[in-house]
Design a protein. Structure first.
Length: 423
């Protein structure tokens, strides 16, 4: 029992005893001494009661913060024990899942239907600190698998927020009205009349399925051992990251692809400015100024830029006349280098005569991400038991459902026609 509760109960008993003694018209000396003793104890308990409340409040705060983060910590610890190797062996040999992997799969199955084995998104992360056994002595040792090259993910660096959706479509109402304040013109005049508060819904629907097929030979299953766990995770992570990045920016909106931010700039209502001149810091400065005047950014360092490597090459070689300062130096002086993402995957290659490229600028106004990437449920891992049956191989299909949308078009701007050579 808490000390404050014990003291409160004792105070109640003291008040009851004092009330009985105070009701006597002619109390005896013993009763008078008893009232004095109870009165001193009551005053002392008041001080103890306040001290107990202060101490217990601190304990409640500590316990409250622990309880708030306990579920997240426990889920992260549970995910850390998920083994992709068990999924591969279950699909290949029919081996039963056990431990934390079985618990997570059971939890995911109860949340939604899957044809194969559901795999959480967190399991595709490359986990730091994992080691792979070196194996038994052998004249020939197979070293860890060398991964393929994938482009770095730029969606997160551009401020995109990935949202996990259980089922159904999700939409966000975004304010689009221009409600303004007005002064009353005189003592009896009215203030500005009522204006409409309007919103536009930004919806994401589960209409776009991304699939990956992985063919694992029998030799790989026998040769790699525990290394297969990391190899499968890294390969799937890289392939899906590359496809998601490309779809988020260059998705056509047709043939099953979501509508990307750059391809669908007109549909989303994103401002697109045709520079049609040699690329320079001046073009970016004008776009940053438009962000600031639209209240989308408070300073240049709040803006993120997505560019092609060819644009960096040109800007770094374009020196200001009579100086050793390049256009790139002027750019990174105002927009931090950490806010600039270079990609050859999320932007189309330079084209045209003269050769020109595009750049995308974003900002997170009011803490709202400029781009939302929605992922439905978990990754569904399905085994094809027939295609590679003759060779004893394992073919796995990973299916993921996702969509892309833009929250506020004012938080993005597309610059086109940034020329990389003179006409």
């Amino acid at each position: 029992m808490l000390d404050s509760v014990k003291i409160a109960r004792r105070q109640s008993e003291i008040r009851q005893n004092l009330a009985e003694l105070a009701g006597k018209e002619t109390p005896s000396e013993d009763e008078i001494r008893q009232m004095e003793t109870l009165d001193r104890e009551y005053r002392s308990n008041e001080t103890r009661y306040r001290a107990a409340l202060i101490a217990e409040d601190t304990e409640r705060r500590d316990a409250g913060s622990e309880l708030e983060t306990r579920s997240t910590q426990e889920w992260a610890e549970l995910m850390a024990g998920f083994e992709m190797r068990q999924v591969a062996l279950a699909l290949d040999e029919g081996r039963q899942l056990d431990g934390q992997t079985a618990e997570i799969v059971s939890e995911l199955r109860s949340a939604g239907g899957f044809r194969g084995i559901p795999v959480p998104w967190q399991a595709l992360e490359v986990r730091a600190g994992e080691t792979v056994a070196s194996g038994t002595p052998n004249p020939i040792q197979t070293r860890p698998i060398i991964d393929r090259l994938f482009p770095d993910s730029v969606a997160a660096r551009m401020g995109a927020q990935m949202i996990s959706i259980d089922a159904g479509a999700v939409e966000w109402p975004v304010t689009t009205s221009a409600v303004t304040a007005g002064w009353a013109d005189g003592e009896t005049a009215n203030v500005a009349g009522p204006t409409t508060y309007a919103t536009t819904d930004r919806a994401m629907s589960p209409d776009h399925n991304l699939g990956i097929q992985m063919r694992i030979t029998r030799k790989t299953l026998k040769q790699s051992g525990a290394a297969l766990e990391q190899a499968v995770r890294r390969d799937m992570n890289g392939a899906m990251g590359a496809a998601m990045d490309q779809a988020a920016f260059l998705g056509t909106g047709a043939n099953g692809q979501p509508l990307g931010v750059i391809t669908g700039a007109a549909t989303y209502g994103i401002s697109s400015t045709a520079v049609a001149a040699l690329a320079s810091w001046g073009a970016f400065r004008s776009a940053v100024t438009r962000f600031m005047t639209a209240n989308a950014a408070g300073s240049p360092d709040a803006v993120r830029a997505l560019i092609r490597p060819e644009l960096w090459d040109y800007l770094d070689s374009a020196l200001i006349s009579g100086t050793a300062v390049s256009e790139w130096d002027r750019l990174v002086k105002n927009i931090p280098a950490g806010n600039i993402a270079m990609t050859n995957n999320a932007l189309a290659a330079p084209s045209g005569t003269p050769s020109a490229t595009s750049a995308l600028l974003t900002t997170a106004a009011g803490g709202v991400a400029p781009i939302f990437v929605g992922a439905w449920g978990a990754v569904d891992m399905i085994r094809d038991p027939y295609s590679d049956a003759q060779s004893g191989g394992l073919r796995i299909t990973a299916l993921a459902t996702m969509d892309v949308t833009v929250a506020r078009p004012a938080q993005l701007e597309l610059l086109t026609g940034l020329e990389l050579e003179a006409a």
